[in-house]
Design a protein around this ligand. Structure first.
Ligand code: 5AD
Length: 335
């Protein structure tokens, strides 16, 4: 549906029976368009070293969290586990680093992952803003999907949640999304829901932004305070957890109605608010789940926000999963 901004705002304000109907409609449209099976991505938290200093994030450069980087054997063991378990694809996610050494290491890892699965394991990267050339090298080495959240599509809000240190630029982030498209990736973006200062109009604009750049995938989750970060000291009220959860679910449903054939992830942060959060998101139109397959130590050190490391339930259980499928975005294939 090609909703207007006002129509989206109205949908995001639905409550009670109307809200439940929105959730059901979005899930039914997903079933009709891409099927009922949930795509699996084994999430590998590669490292928490980061050159960025995002005011909300627990692994920001100036935080005092102990740093780690997985070694080659650890990444390949996790990738092999994902492949042998039939997950069909992995996500390699970590802090943003621009050194030549890092770029080389990732490139080599991608070749190793392709070799261990004869190129069958899907590989998504989520390693921040990089140059066009770096994106092209990683694409060539075997990555074919990339997640780079815009975080907030309102440039004033973006400026409020990132430091003014020359390292954070809204325009560069948008440019990075364009570079990802040009270098041949399936492109994913997303936002945090329930940020300080964020309005329902901003959230509607976020969805319109996603449609305007014609994304293939989306991952969005509730904003969760991360102790010790500058944004944790925000003096104003933020929406209660239940409200942020609900708003994220509505965002997922409305996006599904707007872009029926994209992949939408049930983000981990949902689970930090509600132990059934991810599962609920699947009932609201999401179709991707990312069980964390990082080594135990990494899980405890990849502390993006409070409660992150205690998100325990990785079970696929009775979900109708798309075993052994790499789960490409239908939207991308149709383009
Ligand atoms: N709350 C919710 N999500 C967060 N992220 C980082 N910090 C937080 C937080 N405090 C998300 C960002 C980033 C992803 C890796 O984690 O959206 O893109």
């Amino acid at each position: 549906m090609a909703y207007t901004r006002n129509e989206i705002i109205e949908l995001l304000r639905l409550e009670g029976k109307d809200k439940e109907a929105l959730f059901r409609e979005a899930a039914a449209l997903r079933d009709e368009t891409i099927g009922t099976k949930v795509y699996l991505r084994g999430l590998i938290e590669y490292g928490n070293v980061c050159t960025k200093d995002c005011l909300y994030c627990g692994i920001r450069r100036s935080g005092d969290t102990p740093r780690y980087t997985l070694d080659r054997q650890q990444v390949l063991a996790a990738a092999r586990f994902a492949y042998e378990s039939g997950y069909g694809s992995i996500v390699i996610q970590g802090g943003e680093i621009h050194s030549e050494r890092h770029i080389d290491t990732i490139e080599q890892l991608l070749r190793d992952v392709a070799a261990l699965s004869s190129g069958r394991l899907g590989v998504t990267l989520s390693l921040g803003e990089q140059s066009y050339e770096t994106y092209a090298r990683w694409r060539e080495a075997g990555a074919h999907r990339y997640l780079l959240r815009i975080e907030a599509s309102n440039r004033d809000l973006y400026a409020k949640i990132h430091p003014d240190d020359g390292m954070h630029s809204f325009d560069r982030r948008v440019k990075a999304l364009e570079d990802l498209r040009e270098t041949g990736y399936q492109v994913g973006t997303g936002v945090m829901v329930g940020l300080p200062w964020q309005t329902t109009g901003d959230l509607a604009d976020d969805l319109l932004f996603m449609r305007s750049i014609d994304i293939d995938m989306c991952g969005m989750g509730p904003y969760i305070v991360s102790d010790g970060t500058p944004l944790a000291a925000y003096p104003g009220p933020i929406a209660p957890p239940g409200h942020r959860l609900d708003m994220t679910l509505k965002m997922i449903s409305v996006l599904r109605l707007m872009m029926p054939d994209i992949n939408i992830a049930a983000a981990t942060a949902l689970q930090a608010i509600d132990r059934d959060g991810r599962r609920t998101a699947l009932a609201c139109g999401a179709n991707v789940i990312m069980p964390n397959i990082s080594p135990e130590d990494a899980k405890h050190s990849y502390t993006l926000y409070n409660g992150k490391s205690t998100v325990a339930d990785n079970s696929i259980g009775d979900l109708q999963a798309a075993w052994n499928e790499n789960g490409d975005s239908l939207h991308f294939r149709r383009r």
